[in-house]
Ligand binder design. Sequence first.
Ligand code: NAP
Length: 329
Amino acid sequence: MPDQVHDVIIVGSGPAGYTAAVYTARANLSPIVLAGSVTAGGELMNTTDVENFPGFPEGVMGPDLMMNMEAQARRFGADIRNEDATALKLDAPIKEITLGSGGTLHARSVILATGSAYRELGVPGEKQLSGHGVSWCATCDGFFFRDQVIAVVGGGDSAMEEALFLTKFASKVYVIHRRDSLRASQIMADRAKANEKIEFIWDTEVIEVRGDGKVSELELRNLVDGTESTLDVSGLFVAIGHDPRVQLFADQVDLTSEGTVQVEGRTSRTSLPGVFAAGDVLDPHYRQAITAAGSGCVAALDVEEYLADTADTDAAEAHQTPKVDVAAG
Ligand code: NAP
């Protein structure tokens, strides 16, 4: 038995991880949050104005929102560490977490809140102009492109959804797709094709994003005839899918066909007892700060219930009269 066994360790520090920390801290479970050594706060640390998180009528900067969540969790005693979990052993009743700094922690329960990573195009200019015209989130940033000409890359449901949402603001939305047919569901494809503000550019990839401090044009390549051209736009939304961050535990908990953590119904319970998931890591669809926060709350409540149930079982076993082996006596 390890020297110290914590009640709960939360791996990840986006809205899901911090909300789970607030709830478990208020439940006196003294959570430890492994917030990451360089990426504490999750995706929202890379955004500017968040205007759709309830409770902030004037909006809130993404990093401010995350720092407030962190402060709130600390206020109730959460132990938030700028540490990475580098290995997890989740199958036994006592879970073992190896830290990037070299130590090891043990806990009765673990909440996996490692989020997801938006796929990047990996072309010149994309990273440099991120937040300056390049975005991965139409609901976060679409508002800033009122009456402007912008582009979306991708041919799946996300790209259609982003493009349709962006037509509320932009004067024109190009959808640039690398093939001549969409991966998106028929209904989403039909809706996008019927929208007069949307124009498709087929069989084409973006090979460079250009602009002096702000996106002004894209360099495109036609994949059929190889011709290159430029397209004047002030924004580029990259919607080519996202990958849940499951690498640390993919071989231990069940995953869905979409690669997210499989949970039981609307709970946060994974295929392993004592292991719970929250936020984008289990959500292939909604991926909003507020849904992640709600999911963190669910995981915290599930942990509370699990620990109470296991404590009852342990107590019942401890009170059982020890069996006496008469023959041996
Ligand atoms: P997705 O279905 O995997 O589609 C990704 C799209 O991006 C594909 O069209 C793909 O092209 C393209 N792509 C991938 N890598 C690329 C690259 N490096 N350069 C250029 N294009 C690239 O991902 P998603 O659209 O995010 O959807 C994920 C899941 O969520 C799906 O199951 C989807 O149905 C669901 N979803 C549903 C809704 C809705 O129903 N309202 C909304 C959003 C998401 P290819 O087609 O050539 O592979």
